[in-house]
Design a protein around this ligand. Sequence first.
Ligand code: ZN
Length: 165
Amino acid sequence: MSLLLLIAACSGRCPDGTSPDDARAAAILDLSGAPDAPICFGARDHSVITADGVLLLDASMDDPSAAARVLHLLAHRGPAPPPGPGCVEASLTQEAEAWALELRARARMGLPADRYPFELSFRQSDDIGLIARWLREHPDGAGHVDAVGAGIARRCGPQTTGSRR
Ligand SMILES: [Zn+2]
């Protein structure tokens, strides 16, 4: 094991399959304008925030896309709607608002409106409701959107653990 891997393994901050990159994390946080936050990078299909507030980013994203994603994920640091009546609707709204932060940041940074299936429609309308509708109608996700709707259904049920997306 190389010294670098040893340090990563011993840092205790990044879970298996991810590793820290402090220089890149600082550059991404600077681009995003977000406050300091723990970031780990790895080969991941989707970027998430863990229950402990660690951002696990897809290392293949360009820095502006990652910065926009950070704003989305940090919006999930607050409490999730509790399970029970209205949980799904409240969670979809919260999720759509987090996406809106990401999509507006992408627009500000001049990124193309083609990463997510609803990105172009949102950029043209700024209608958060259309994001919530898309997530509801595609619970298993598509493209770069993961199974957010299915995750909400699980979280709003009796079992409420895991990471948020
Ligand atoms: Zn989200």
